[in-house]
Design a protein around this ligand. Structure first.
Ligand code: NAD
Length: 398
């Protein structure tokens, strides 16, 4: 029998519990089903579908709106008892199993979304087996590297400040410590490379390829998840390399809107709220912001996990009656996070934190740590231990 061990290095999770991940997917499905059905597109492509925001979007649209989905991700399967692969691998499998029980199409592609080949394979599948067209394309990739499909050059993204170094507090979940960290400013090359990886270039390439292949419906929508944040994280997010990449997505949305004009399509930047994900836990200082913010939002009843946030975005905002847009036409579900009282209280709380109290009742460290653990299948609600062999895990098909 395989022993599942939660293994954290710094703020990176290494071990996974495939059965816990399955239960977490079931919990998210239950959350959506309990809200009841809603009307939304029925043929959806999700690029970056295997975890956090992309997975939550897929679950909401499939189990809330009855959508057939194609999910693209870059994940690894099990090799041995010591190397069980990545969480997203098992999320893909659990999602597919449950969606197919409902009679929905749930096609998983595990391949490099940045390549021309993956775009072509997805297009061929849409044409030959998915009814010919999609009416919603969700772009939810987060990656540390990207190989340009035309030049073959590989770019790495960096999470850095721009101009001045930033000094601030961070936590280490492995060692349970609170410490001061300095984030160096990025070089021009690092800024450029981060935009290449996390900016909107690949989103635009996807939309051009899909449009050219005539697999987009009249009135198609494409969404891309952004983050703007507040003055509390501006020096290292909005004003840093990631902020530049997000600004590039705003520009690419304009290009895509021009591209889709003749089919009445639309590119929508969705400025999403701060949540605990594989990516956000390794952004310097961000976990400290989260343990302060979540405490205040939890008290106000506005704290959300990815499934709560994405379900609200599609059910109540995009396909509901309650959308909030800013002057640039971006959807702003992050308004709960940006609420001025929430931000003032978060700031006040964060200023009081130190090594002796950061993981006490004063903060939402417990919520952050649980959500972080859930991403790898640990500390999952309703989980019951079961025996499973490595052969059984290897036999699972995505
Ligand atoms: P995540 O790391 O949980 O998921 C990323 C997805 O991209 C996974 O499905 C992964 O398999 C896939 N992926 C990565 N590289 C790939 C590749 N080369 N080919 C195919 N698939 C690949 O990330 P997330 O935190 O859900 O972030 C998704 C988006 O949401 C990002 O644009 C992020 O900036 C944005 N966002 C996140 C937050 C937050 O607080 N985490 C807030 C607002 C917006």
């Amino acid at each position: 029998m395989v022993q599942f061990k939660q293994n954290i290095r710094g703020n990176v999770a290494l071990g996974v519990n495939p059965l816990g991940l399955k239960q977490e997917v079931l919990n998210e499905i239950d959350y959506v089903k309990n809200k009841g059905p809603y009307e939304a597109p029925k043929k959806v492509l999700i690029i970056g579908a295997s975890s956090s925001y992309g997975l939550a979007t897929r679950i909401s649209l499939a189990f809330g709106a009855g959508a057939d989905t194609i999910g693209l991700s870059y994940e690894k399967g099990p090799k041995s008892e010591r190397n069980l692969g990545t969480a997203g691998w098992y999320n893909n499998i659990a999602f597919k199993e449950e969606a197919e029980k409902e009679g929905l199409i749930a096609k998983n592609f595990v391949m490099d979304a940045f390549s021309h080949e993956s775009k072509q394979e997805v297009i061929d599948y849409i044409k030959n087996e998915f009814g010919g067209k999609v009416d919603l394309v969700v772009y939810s990739l987060a990656s540390g590297r990207r190989t340009d499909p035309d030049t073959g050059e590989t770019y790495m993204s960096s999470i850095k400040a721009i101009g001045e170094p930033v000094v601030g507090p961070n936590i280490n979940m492995q060692k349970q410590t609170f410490f001061t960290e300095t984030l160096d400013p990025a070089t021009d090359q690092e800024i450029h490379d981060t935009v290449k990886v996390m900016g909107g270039e690949d989103w635009e390439l996807w939309m051009r390829a899909l449009k050219e292949a005539d697999v987009l419906t009249e009135g198609v929508l494409t969404t891309n998840y952004s983050y703007l944040g507040t003055e509390l994280n501006h020096p290292y997010y909005g004003g840093g390399t990631l902020g530049r990449a997000k600004a590039d997505c705003d520009e690419k949305a304009d290009n895509i809107n021009a591209l889709l004009k003749d089919i009445n399509g639309k590119a929508l930047i969705v400025v999403a709220t701060a949540v605990t994900t594989k990516a956000s836990s390794v952004i310097p200082f961000f976990p400290v912001y989260c343990i302060g913010l979540y405490k205040i939002m939890d008290e106000k009843g506005t704290h959300e996990t990815p499934i709560m946030h994405q379900d609200r975005i599609y059910r109540e905002m995009i396909y509901g009656s309650n959308p909030e847009y800013d002057e640039m036409g971006r959807l702003r579900p992050d308004s709960w996070e940006l609420d001025s009282d929430t931000q003032a209280k978060t700031k006040e709380l964060i200023m009081k934190l130190n090594d002796g109290n950061f993981n006490s009742d004063m903060t939402a460290y417990d919520i952050f740590y649980k959500e972080f653990s859930n991403l790898s299948g640990f500390m999952v609600d309703n989980y019951e231990e079961q025996d499973v062999t490595i052969e059984e895990l290897k036999a699972l098909e995505y």
